[in-house]
Write a protein that binds this ligand. Structure first.
Ligand code: SAM
Ligand code: SF4
Ligand code: FES
Length: 341
């Protein structure tokens, strides 16, 4: 085995220049994926955790240059689900066997803290774990949502390159993003973060910094997604060739944070028809099938080519189950919290 990979497998530590080396040498990719798959099996086993994803609003006050939900995109029909719809979709997801519900949406301030607290409490009454991915809010609101029962929070740092972040997310600050991640930790949430791979101007050096950052914040989950250019955004002409680099970032993340939960992301499958299975065989142990119903799936248009937009929750549940079983893995029937060693 390559000596740097061997060091990663044995110690779960690498220097920045070693991470850069692994990211930059495609001829090592297959060996890297095999090593990450072995570490995954040793530390988190063969179970795959399914999280039912509800995309509850495509309205957003932010203007991230890469995202189809950005407020300046006038080509998108906007929607927000009612409290009743959200709770109904969550309830149906539980009947399909999901043990975790993820609520994800734009930064839509229609959902006041009082509304969110009611939704969190209602979903938690179904005996499931609940993950929020609702963007930046004041510390006090995160505190109330934790007290209402939310278990986890997902917020990607997107990139640890502060200058690039602030160019890509105009009006947002890197400090505030980090403040949010720190709040989650202090308040007792499981902390999920991650990066978008392939942003114009992003370097392998900064991707290496991202991986070291995940270690530094002691994350519980890390989601790595390829950036997919969207014609309704300022980054419409950017390169769309980000699958392999995303997979390498994900695999190295598994080597350095062996016990965490790592999703095979929807964006990976949107770029490669077998992307989630490839990711599950390169370090991932989580999949987040969509449990939103009806036309909303199509309207949650972050990027083009998004999978499952015409499918139902029950179809997706069956589809992903058979794919996972076909590679000799099993579906977990636990809530799938991060087990530290
Ligand atoms: N608004 C919340 C936030 O930004 O944290 C949660 C929802 S946001 C749509 C979820 C993730 O979508 C972002 O963290 C970003 O990485 C990803 N995303 C947005 N646009 C994308 C694109 N064009 N390609 C791939 N992923 C994208
Ligand atoms: Fe809004 Fe999140 Fe999209 Fe940024 S990435 S525009 S915060 S939904
Ligand atoms: Fe939705 Fe396969 S997971 S169609």
């Amino acid at each position: 085995m390559n000596t740097i990979l061997q060091k990663a497998v044995e110690t779960h530590n690498l220097e920045k220049d070693e991470i850069i080396y692994l990211l930059s040498n495609d001829e090592l990719s297959e060996e890297l994926y095999t090593a990450a798959d072995k570490v995954r099996e040793e530390y988190v086993g063969n179970e795959v955790h399914l999280r039912g994803l509800i995309e509850f609003t495509n309205i957003c006050r932010e203007n991230c240059c890469y995202c189809g939900l950005r407020r300046d995109n006038t080509n998108l029909k906007r929607y927000r689900l009612t409290e009743e719809q959200i709770i109904d979709f969550a309830h149906k997801a539980v009947t399909y066997g999901y043990k975790t519900i993820v609520l994800q949406g734009g930064e839509d301030m229609y959902y006041t803290i009082e509304i969110l607290e009611r939704i969190v409490k209602a979903i938690k009454s179904f005996d499931v774990a609940l993950t929020l991915s609702i963007g930046e809010r004041p510390t006090q609101e995160y505190k109330r949502l934790k007290e209402a029962g939310a278990d986890r929070f997902l917020m990607r740092i997107e990139t640890t390159d502060k200058k690039l972040y602030e160019e890509m997310d105009p009006g947002m600050s890197h400090e505030n993003r980090k403040r949010c991640l720190n709040d989650f930790k202090v308040l007792g949430y499981e902390v999920g973060s991650g990066s978008l791979v392939g942003l114009p101007g992003q370097t392998v050096e900064s991707l290496a910094d991202d991986i070291l950052f995940f270690k530094e914040i002691d994350a519980d989950m890390i989601g790595i997604g390829p950036f997919i250019p969207n014609a309704d955004t300022p980054l419409r002409d950017a390169s769309n060739n980000n699958f392999d680099m995303s997979l390498r970032v994900m695999a190295i993340t598994r080597l350095l944070l062996p016990t965490i939960n790592i999703p095979a992301t929807t964006a990976m499958e949107s770029l490669n028809s077998n992307g989630r299975i490839i990711a599950l065989q390169s370090g991932a142990n989580v999949v987040m099938p969509n449990v939103t119903e009806g036309e909303y799936r199509k309207l949650y248009a972050l990027y083009p080519g998004k999978i499952c937009t015409g499918d139902t929750p029950s179809h997706c549940r069956g589809c992903i189950t058979s794919k996972i079983l076909s590679i000799g893995r099993t579906i977990s029937n636990t809530k799938g919290f991060h087990k530290r060693r």
